[in-house]
Ligand binder design. Structure first.
Ligand code: ADP
Ligand code: MG
Length: 265
């Protein structure tokens, strides 16, 4: 396989056991650079666990992850961010009492070069870097549609805005791979449309996206391929149309059949 055709990220037979619970069993997946890959499955299927393994929050019981041709094993979460992987959380994790702008700036630290000493004594190096960081954070707020909210405390933003702020903070680390964990949860239909457009713009910027999402319309519309987890196993993978028709998926996940309206929150 030529280097150009190699996937950006490869999950190779990942398993994860929590005590007596097998949260993931032998899950393999190749994520093509430049694509949006969807990950669906019922609650408890192991989707967020996949994100925790990729982002280094938890270590696999067995199996390996390769990113940009190199293994990720034994790296700390901050080292994984530095390699080019950023994520959002199913349960929003923002600094509630910090402004939107400050929240985005925290995402940039892994890309900054001023030392702690520089920042303590406010050297010119630090001040110039701080100024650039601020400008870049403003650009990111604009990119996610939160211009004009820079000074608002995260806790005062409506829910849908908080989700987009988390995406801006993740983008601030300049990832090549962005992991989005149920980004549309709690959004109204209009916010979901805006989110879909945002994810498409992220992809057009050259960032690969792995998307966990319960909203079938959204994930089907955005994803080049979809992987389906159930009870920790990957039961199907393919283009959205094939996954939608897959009898195992219909049985295990959709329940109601190929029409998924009943799954909509
Ligand atoms: P999903 O995101 O698909 O809803 P999760 O990956 O969050 O599923 O969870 C998969 C299973 O693993 C669930 O049964 C969950 O309770 C369990 N689990 C997840 N994280 C932990 C943990 N840190 N400790 C123990 N069990 C966990
Ligand atoms: Mg989850």
């Amino acid at each position: 396989m030529s280097a150009a055709a190699a996937p950006l990220c490869v999950l190779n037979r990942l398993s994860k056991r929590f005590g007596g619970l097998q949260a993931l069993s032998d899950v393999s997946l190749e994520i093509r650079a430049g694509s949006v890959v969807g990950m669906i499955g019922p609650n408890g299927a192991g989707k967020s666990t996949v994100f925790n393994l990729i982002s280094g929050i938890a270590a696999p019981t067995s199996g390996a992850i390769t990113f940009a041709g190199r293994p990720l094993s034994a790296l700390r979460p901050d080292q994984i961010v530095a390699r080019g992987i950023a994520r959002t959380f199913q349960n929003i994790r923002l600094f509630a009492f910090s402004s939107a702008l400050e929240n985005v700036m925290t995402g940039q630290h892994v890309r900054m070069h001023a030392t702690l000493l520089d920042s303590l004594v406010h050297t010119p190096v630090h001040r110039a870097e701080e100024r650039r960081a601020r400008e870049r954070a403003r650009e990111l707020l604009h990119f996610v549609g939160l211009e004009g909210r820079a000074g608002t405390l995260a806790r005062h933003l409506p829910y849908g805005h908080q989700r987009r702020l988390e995406i801006a903070r993740a983008l601030a680390s300049q990832p090549r791979l962005l992991l989005l964990d149920e980004p549309a949860a709690g959004m109204n239909p209009r916010e979901k449309d805006d989110l879909a457009a945002l994810i498409e713009r992220i992809r057009l910027d050259g960032i690969t996206v792995l998307l966990i999402e319960h909203d079938m319309r959204l994930v089907m519309a955005l994803s080049e391929r979809i992987a389906v987890l159930d009870h920790g196993e990957k039961i199907a993978e393919g283009p959205p149309e094939a996954v939608r028709r897959d009898p195992r998926v219909i049985e295990a996940y959709l329940g109601a059949g190929p029409h998924t309206e009943r799954q909509e929150p």
